[in-house]
Design a protein around this ligand. Structure first.
Ligand code: ADP
Ligand code: MG
Length: 338
């Protein structure tokens, strides 16, 4: 063994990148989250070879100032939180300051960004280092091109699934982001071939239609409930409009798509015996709550969260869904009586 020494920043970036950037879909998730945090109303995403050869994410958000571009690509540098208090009051999708540094550690990055001036900047990063920066005329917003993902981490390349599976994961994450932000227009293409386009008219049912098709969306029931701690809103399918997996259930906590088995189960439990065995509904369940009740700082991908009052929320979800489905049954029953 050699003596203890500090790792180079390239190496620590690569180690950290392993947690944040698992696959091409993670790059797209992180770049879209940045675009959303920057207040974008339009986000365009294109990829080649399931994202391994190239990913492009273009937004019309706030842009990054020329003198902040180096910081933006530095690990643990962020404009989103300052103090310990902020860490427990997260109002943005990002806050760890890891994504751009991680992406630049495992891919080549070309960025054009403009905060609304005549000129923006164009910069290129390779192996975590900036190799070029120049002024360039460009529209307000940010366009990031990520090339040759995992070119320097062959083990990660091997771990990836088939091209089809990786593309499915990309589509899935963009769908979920779009459901959390119906006011934003998302356009996802695979080498210019359209896979998804949402209108961005701030209409959840329309966004659901863009994703699941009009047939599913038009029959979904609106749900709404409020308690002192939580506000629940969203759309759920009727018990006869189902699929064989839970993948069509989207749980959003303060617009963030999260994976939480217990709360997804609460959604299913709300259907009770109305669901056939092995069948699961379409559901988009948005929960607004005080950020103080959610700890997002559990895992680098920010998809797992810890919730105070989780049991209370689960009960409220079950009740809300049961009542929404019960109300329509009642409608149908009284129609039959007449
Ligand atoms: P985080 O999102 O956790 O802050 P990132 O590494 O993803 O960390 O981004 C670093 C910083 O770069 C962000 O805090 C933000 O200020 C800036 N940034 C990144 N992407 C964009 C974008 N698309 N538009 C505007 N600013 C951006
Ligand atoms: Mg980010």
């Amino acid at each position: 063994m050699t003596k203890i020494h500090k790792l180079s920043s390239e190496l620590t970036n690569q180690i950290a990148a392993g947690e944040v950037i698992e696959r091409p879909a993670s790059v797209i998730k992180e770049l879209c989250e940045n675009a959303l945090d920057a207040g974008s109303t339009r986000i365009k995403i294109d990829f080649i070879d399931a994202g391994l050869k190239q990913i492009v994410v273009q937004d019309n958000g706030s842009g990054i100032a020329a003198d902040e571009i180096d910081l933006a690509f530095m690990r643990h540098a962020t404009s989103k939180i300052n103090t310990n208090h902020d860490l427990f009051n997260i109002a943005t999708l990002g806050f760890r300051g890891e994504a751009l540094a991680s992406i630049a550690a495992v891919a080549k990055v070309d960025i054009v960004t403009n905060t609304g001036d005549v000129n923006g900047i164009h910069a290129i990063f390779e192996d975590s280092n900036k190799v070029k920066q120049e002024a360039i005329a460009s529209p307000q917003g940010t366009k990031i091109v990520v090339k040759d993902l995992f070119y320097n981490t062959p083990a990660r390349l091997k771990y990836l699934k088939s091209e089809r599976t990786e593309i499915m994961k990309i589509v899935d994450i963009v769908n979920r982001l779009a459901l959390g932000y119906p006011q934003v227009s998302f356009e996802l293409t695979n080498q210019q071939k359209q896979l998804l386009k949402t209108t961005g008219h701030d209409d959840l049912r329309q966004t659901a239609a863009n994703i699941y098709g009009i047939k599913v969306a038009e029959k979904m029931l609106a749900i709404y409930a409020q308690s002192p701690d939580f506000k629940i809103a969203g759309l759920i399918s009727r018990a006869d409009d189902t699929r064989s997996t839970r993948n069509f259930i989207t749980l959003l906590l303060n617009t963030r798509y999260v994976k939480n088995y217990r709360l997804v189960q609460a959604i299913v439990d709300g259907y009770g015996t109305r669901l056939l065995k092995g069948r699961y509904p379409f559901a988009i369940v948005k929960i607004d709550l005080d950020p103080l009740l959610v700890d997002v700082n559990v895992h680098p991908t920010k998809q797992e969260v810890r919730l105070s009052k989780e049991s209370e929320l689960a009960r409220l979800i079950v009740r809300t869904i049961d009542q929404a489905l019960g109300a329509t049954e009642h409608e149908i029953a009284s129609f039959d009586d007449a």
